[in-house]
Design a protein around this ligand. Structure first.
Ligand code: PMP
Length: 496
């Protein structure tokens, strides 16, 4: 790197640190279970997206290990060159059946899926209508598409209607894109109203189910299924990296749309396919989800239990069964202090600050997992309550940052009140910001304690996991598959 380049980078880093917006990576030792070592300190993990506890499930691990032995670790090329393997096709078929679509196509990650799908469906002449709280991968997908972008107010279908009337005519491509469950608030998009508007205005709809698969709908099939809209959304995107415990992503759509995405989604065409172990792990996770949907029920009852315990502490938390629970502190430094105080007391939930969330809504984003025990959730609520009180924070003000969903009333209403709407075509700046860089702490985290020094907790060890959950969530280990057989051409051909 040139000297000029490096000094520029140092300045930028110094500026971030000065603003208190430097990010650092916290080191987790052990699998993403309810208890981990965080920078060497044992904590209860309250911010992982391993919602169903499948990332460390023995059957999922074994499937990934077996796939590595059978097919190797890497896919070797893009899906369109030599990267489509039998295991990809198997998972695609299974996902399409699970999500009730004609077809499915895998991507490297949810981020790449949103980039590819939005770019394929909205070009220079198009307009994308995007909820203001959509995930950053959607925001970046909109930017890369080079389409015009109309940001509508969060879940506000009247505003969406107004934007649709105002931007573009039927001749131009119009695309509505939304998270189904919003990642930082845990609220749900008004999907029925959105589909209705899309039909009226001749727009396509893309829904990102990253936080809904495994959590909502019959058998954990997602918010689209929950709303009875299977087959009515043009493309449903989802990730394999959260409830399905692995890495990678998918887009479910009609067979024709899948064929189109294969031809037009640049993040699919120009990126190496996800490796066999990740795909086989996700396939095993999906099988477990289908065989044992009680995990979804457990996740939801855990969410209700955590919410109830937080509410008993004095937080104004609605007692629903949504697994993402924001404690909206407001001020960014207060959120960081609350995060730090809770870590000192053995509970970890990362503080989330602008621009990941809007200014003035910094929060701890708590998540429940099916593998948490009720005792752990009760402890977490107590820790957050006492930590907030110690810091003299107003617990009663830490309610949801977003209002109840507005309903689509008369569609004409939006036009009548259009003066009230402020058009926004600017997207939020790309996320920076977390706590300042701390060299000593970082060094400690890198130098150790390593995996081998982690005191393995027998109760957490998968083989013994059966003992810990009254309702059997951790007990469905299944039989060990046939082992790590090396590549067998005949077997592989049969599998296809
Ligand atoms: N969409 C949403 C709503 C998300 O929350 C995330 C991840 N946080 C993604 C997409 C990206 O998925 P992945 O992690 O697989 O890239």
């Amino acid at each position: 790197m040139s000297p000029a380049g490096s000094s520029d980078i140092s300045e930028r880093l110094a500026e971030l640190e000065q603003l208190g917006l430097g990010r650092r990576l916290r080191m987790i030792s052990g699998p993403q279970g309810p208890r981990v070592l965080l920078d060497g300190r044992p904590v209860l993990l309250m911010c992982s997206n391993n919602y169903l506890g499948l990332a460390d499930h023995p059957r999922v691990r074994e499937a990934a290990a077996e796939a590595a032995m059978r097919w190797g670790v890497g896919a070797g090329a893009s899906r369109l060159v030599s990267g489509t393997m039998t295991i990809h096709r198997r998972l695609e078929d299974r996902l399409a059946a699970f999500k009730g679509s004609e077809g499915a196509i895998l991507f490297g990650s949810g981020y790449l899926a949103n980039l590819g799908v939005i770019g394929a469906l909205a070009g220079r002449d198009g307009v994308v209508f995007s909820d203001e709280l959509n995930h950053a991968s959607i925001v970046d997908g909109c930017r890369l598409s080079r389409a015009r972008i109309a940001i509508y107010r969060h879940r506000d279908v009247e505003h969406l209607d107004w934007c649709l009337r105002r931007h573009g005519d039927r001749a131009s491509e119009r695309l509505i894109v939304t998270d189904s469950v919003f990642s930082m608030d845990g609220d749900v998009a008004p999907l029925g109203d959105i589909v209705e508007l899309a039909e009226m205005h001749g727009a396509r709809v893309v829904v990102d189910e990253a936080h809904a698969i495994g959590n909502l709908g019959p058998g954990g099939r997602g918010a689209v299924a929950d709303a009875g809209l299977e087959g009515e959304i043009d493309v449903v995107v989802g990730t394999l990296g959260k409830a399905l415990g692995s890495y990678g992503a998918y887009a479910c759509a009609s067979a024709e749309m899948v064929r189109y995405l294969i031809n037009a989604a640049r993040s699919l065409i120009f990126s190496t396919a996800p490796g066999p172990p990740a795909i086989a792990g996700a396939l095993a996770a999906l099988e477990i989800l289908e065989e044992r949907p009680h995990r979804v029920a457990r996740l939801r009852s855990n969410a209700r239990a955590l919410r109830g315990a937080l509410s008993a502490e004095g937080f104004p938390i609605a007692e629903t069964d949504m697994h993402i629970v924001p404690l909206v502190v407001g001020d960014e430094r207060d959120a960081m202090s609350l995060c730090q105080r809770a870590i000192e007391r053995g509970v970890f939930a990362q503080a989330i600050r602008p621009p990941t969330v809007p200014a003035g809504t910094s929060r701890l984003r708590l998540t429940t997992m099916a593998s948490h025990t009720r005792g752990e959730l009760a402890k977490a609520a107590k820790v957050f309550g006492s930590a907030a009180r110690e810091l003299s924070l107003d617990l009663s003000a830490m309610g949801p940052a977003v209002a109840e969903p507005p309903r689509l009333r008369e569609l004409e209403l939006a036009e009548a009140s259009s003066e009230a709407y402020v058009e926004r075509v600017e997207l939020p700046a790309s996320p920076i910001g977390d706590r300042p860089f701390d060299a000593e702490r970082e060094l400690r985290a890198v130098e150790g304690p390593g995996e081998e020094t982690m005191p393995f907790d027998a109760e957490r060890e998968p083989v013994a996991a059966t003992a810990r959950d009254e309702d059997g969530v951790a007990s469905d280990r299944g039989e060990r598959p046939s082992g790590s057989a090396p590549f067998d051409f005949e077997r592989d051909a049969r599998a296809a």
